[in-house]
Write a protein that binds this ligand. Structure first.
Ligand code: BDR
Ligand code: CA
Length: 347
């Protein structure tokens, strides 16, 4: 401890927000007998790659499609990664369609300093025999929503551009979306800026459209995803599986441990996106609380902030109801076991 620094209390600043209490979840959960029909909209992405692996592996999820959006890397890299990851996971029959290259407005924001230029660090994946669907992400999602016998869950784990476009182009399909379980935002601090988490910062206007859509939303933001952390032993567990998928997952985790480790001083990886998928497969892994979430679309230092109000008296004063359930707690050890167990089931 440096001289002049007290040893009192924890190493982390105490959150100053009102601690909204946990409530029963509103997001549906799949079962092995009745898997949840799910579309993942993603910008793979190191943690996206693990989220997609989890979705393929879990019997509670029926993965209908993976659509891509520019985010962590250029959308063309993200589409190639999605195709190749699904091939690796033995799921090259899952359709992939490419979506928006960048935000509705403004500059394109990338997270290549964390995920590498390609989005998947230094890893090289084997080419897939499949190609992207010609109709593109928004039309593919619309067709699935229209044709699937029951409403479909969407897990957006990248910037929300495609989902906002879907809601604007096909408003009549919003009641075919059973739930949006997204990774993005933060009630507390951001990661890309002090105010804003990456997926929301990359397209705040799109995020605002989604949060104001009236579709039931669960927001897995940094408040919970920064608890969903892997350390070096998890890397060894994945490598120890001795499978192709486990080996690639270990490579991706290894890259992330070093990059995120630069922020914290010790190797660690927040597997943000996998929390959104895990919540749909496991009923009691993540605790959620009710919030009214509004997105700051201004151009000051709070641009992209998800302003979350968890205090009922304050919401009443504003005349606003909760529009999202927000992840607040996850059992880290169990989450690691869920991920390793998922990869044990993949080729
Ligand atoms: C989110 O941003 C991306 O870099 C990750 O893939 C995740 O979706 C975390 O802020
Ligand atoms: Ca992502």
């Amino acid at each position: 401890m440096p001289a002049g620094v007290s040893t009192i209390g924890s190493a982390l600043a105490a959150p100053t927000f009102f601690p909204a209490p946990a409530v029963p979840r509103s997001a549906p959960v799949g079962t092995a007998e009745k898997p949840l029909p799910l579309i993942i909209d993603s910008d793979p992405g190191l943690d996206d790659a693990l989220a997609i692996g989890l979705a393929v592996a879990r019997p509670e999820i029926d993965l209908l499609a993976v659509t891509t959006v520019g985010g962590n890397a250029d959308v063309r890299h993200c589409t190639t990664n999605a195709l190749r990851l699904l091939h690796l996971y033995g799921a090259s029959d899952v359709p992939v369609a490419e979506g928006s290259a960048g935000a509705l407005f403004g500059a394109i924001v990338r997270a290549t300093e964390i995920h590498g230029e390609s989005g998947i660090g230094n890893t090289t994946l084997q080419p897939s025999p499949s190609t992207p669907r010609p109709e593109g992400a928004v039309d593919l999602i619309a067709a699935i929503l229209r044709e699937h016998p029951e409403p479909v869950v969407i897990a957006p784990i990248g910037p929300l551009t495609n989902i906002a476009l879907l809601l604007r182009l096909h408003p009549e399909l919003s009641n075919r979306i059973a739930h949006i379980c997204l990774m993005g935002g933060s009630i507390g601090e951001g990661n890309t800026t002090v105010s804003a988490e990456f997926n929301v910062y990359a397209d705040p206007e799109a995020a605002a459209i989604v949060f104001e859509s009236g579709v039931p939303i669960t927001m897995m933001g940094l408040d919970v995803t920064h608890q969903a952390v892997l350390y070096t032993p998890a890397l060894e567990r994945l490598r120890g599986l001795g499978t192709a998928s486990g080996g690639i997952a270990a490579e991706l985790v290894d890259f992330a441990l070093a990059r995120e480790g630069q922020w914290y001083g010790t190797p660690r990886m927040s597997v943000h996106d996998a929390v959104a998928v895990a919540h749909l497969a496991i009923g009691d892994l993540v605790d959620v609380a009710e919030y009214d979430v509004q997105v700051d679309t201004g151009h000051g230092p709070a641009r992209g902030r998800t302003v979350g109000d968890g205090l009922p008296v304050r919401r009443q004063r504003k005349g606003r109801e909760p529009n999202a359930q927000v992840g607040i707690r996850i059992d880290r050890d169990r989450f690691e076991d869920v991920l390793v167990d998922a990869y044990a089931r993949l080729p």
